[in-house]
Design a protein around this ligand. Structure first.
Ligand SMILES: Cc1cc2nc3c(=O)[nH]c(=O)nc-3n(C[C@H](O)[C@H](O)[C@H](O)COP(=O)(O)OP(=O)(O)OC[C@H]3O[C@@H](n4cnc5c(N)ncnc54)[C@H](O)[C@@H]3O)c2cc1C
Length: 463
């Protein structure tokens, strides 16, 4: 098995396959080639936030974590081992997290590591190949992947990428540069792990908020050249784009003040910026929901208008990056294998899921099942007897489960309107209407029923 990319998805796929006894060759471009967002040589690097989202019962992402743990996820194992306080979210010490995974993967006897950029992927290779090179796939490989489908599909923007797409990342601040006479510790509605609160919070008066928004709107931004249609994924929307929509949009979004009292006044602030612990030693904090494409110079100027950040030292500025993914419903079959190129599988964000956890889950799924149990007949011929021997007709995961809902999104969405998707309840198939009323359950009960159905269907599938 050849796996290209030792990110979240590639590591999960490698770990799951190796545990099944397959020999895996894992190719990773770093440190010879770095994407614009990766910094370290470690595998499974978290390139922006250190949060793996909510771990609270009732959230779709908590269900996804539950399923991943049940499948023996290395990402969840590392996250549980390197967890830092973050209220109801599962946040990790980023270096500890990727260090843990690197150590485990590198020392597995069935995994051979090759530190090189793969520049070409060829149809009809002698072994199964999983491409897990992520949203920032190296340009040479992206070109090679695109050339595989150029004859069958007119790509949306160019032959090199199935779609161009942009994400923005949030700045990280050194904790001791914050003015703690203004900023304060606390968790929304006092729900958190630390008694005195998990977040550092910067409270605004109305005047401070108005000034901040005015300067944010005026600030110079980095625009992507050569593209007239930049699409921003809703969950990674830059703050200035939100502010352009409406002056109060941030106050109702990432800067919402609900659940806090400003210790200086005892009253709820007009708006708030939250900073979440980014490393185990609490020396770095990232600005929650503050993705931006302001120039570094403007970030220095405008973000210092945030109360408590006047003297802030930026460990990393926010920035915007390309996000490459293919049109899943057009190109991939239910095993996430390229329809026209049997034996080549895709995993992670490049399939059109969005998020660390979602990308990892797809890699885990492929490593656990698809690559082994659902190769098409033609790829079985080609993959040889060792792979055939591993194959044990595994049923497809039901779309009512969290992983199944993501797979269903990838292969069954409308190809004309395909967008990257997080794991949210909205992508799960609706509950059946009650026969006597022909109405579905109300919202509060709906999540509970979706959760119960998912758990039951997952257990049936697993066993
Ligand atoms: C700038 C940015 C910020 C993001 N922020 C968040 C966030 O805050 N929260 C969140 O949940 N998600 C975020 N995402 C989305 C996404 O979930 C992550 O990018 C996630 O890491 C994707 O996992 P992956 O395994 O698919 O790819 P990656 O984790 O990117 O792994 C791909 C690996 O492949 C390697 N590689 C690339 N090309 C080659 C090649 N030719 N040969 C060999 N190796 C290669 C790379 O070096 C990398 O190690 C962000 C994405 C970007 C681009």
């Amino acid at each position: 098995m050849k796996i290209i990319g030792a990110g979240l998805a590639g590591c999960e796929a490698a770990w799951a396959s190796a545990k099944k006894g397959l020999k895996v060759r894992l190719h990773e471009a770093r440190p010879k080639w770095f994407s614009p967002a990766h910094r370290s040589e470690n595998f499974a690097e978290l390139v922006c936030s250190n949060s793996l989202k909510s771990d609270e019962e009732g959230h779709a992402t908590a269900l996804l974590k539950e399923e991943m743990r049940a499948l023996g996820s290395i990402v969840m194992e590392a996250a549980d081992a390197t967890r830092v306080p973050a209220g109801k979210a599962l946040a990790v010490d980023r270096d500890g997290f990727s260090g843990y995974i690197t150590e485990k993967i590198s020392s597995h006897p069935n995994i051979e590591i090759v530190r090189e950029e793969v520049k070409q992927v060829a149809s009809y290779e002698s072994q199964a190949t999983i491409i897990a090179t992520g949203p920032l796939t190296s340009p040479a490989l992206a070109e090679s992947i695109a050339s595989l489908f150029s004859s069958t599909y007119a790509l949306t923007h160019s032959r090199t990428h199935a779609l161009y797409f942009y994400d923005a990342i949030a700045p990280i601040i050194e904790a001791d540069s914050l003015d703690m006479n203004v900023a304060f510790r606390g968790s929304r509605y006092d729900v958190g792990t630390n008694e005195d609160g998990d977040y550092l919070n910067c409270p605004f008066t109305k005047e401070e908020y108005d000034l901040f928004i005015d300067e944010l709107l005026k600030a110079e931004k980095i625009m992507a050249h050569g593209l007239d249609d930049i699409k921003c994924f809703e969950g990674c929307m830059p703050v200035e784009v939100m502010a352009e929509r409406h002056k109060d949009a941030l106050r109702h979004g990432p800067m919402k003040p609900m659940g806090f009292a400003d210790p200086r006044t005892g009253r709820r602030p007009y708006a708030i910026v939250q900073l979440r612990q980014d490393d185990l030693h609490a020396t770095l904090f990232n600005m929650v929901g503050f993705q931006t494409r302001m120039t570094y110079k403007e970030q220095d100027r405008v973000l210092r208008l945030i109360p408590g950040l006047k003297e802030a030292k930026f460990a990393r500025y926010g920035s915007m990056h390309r996000n490459t993914y293919i049109n899943g419903p057009t190109f991939l079959n239910e095993g996430l294998e390229l329809k026209d190129h049997p034996g080549i599988f895709l995993a992670g964000q490049i399939t059109g899921v969005e998020g660390y956890l979602e990308s990892a889950a797809i890699g885990l799924y492929i490593g656990s099942t698809c690559a082994l149990t659902h190769p098409s007949t033609s790829s079985l011929d080609k993959l040889g007897t060792s792979l055939k021997a591993c194959s044990c007709a595994h049923p497809l995961i039901p779309p009512t489960t969290a992983i199944g809902a993501l797979i269903n999104h990838i292969i069954n969405s409308d190809p004309k309107h395909y967008i990257p998707m997080n794991c949210i309840w909205g992508i799960f198939p609706p509950l059946e209407a009650h026969p006597s009323t022909s109405k579905g359950p109300r919202k509060a009960g709906r999540k509970k029923l979706l959760l119960a159905r998912a758990r039951s269907d997952f257990q049936t599938w697993l066993h």
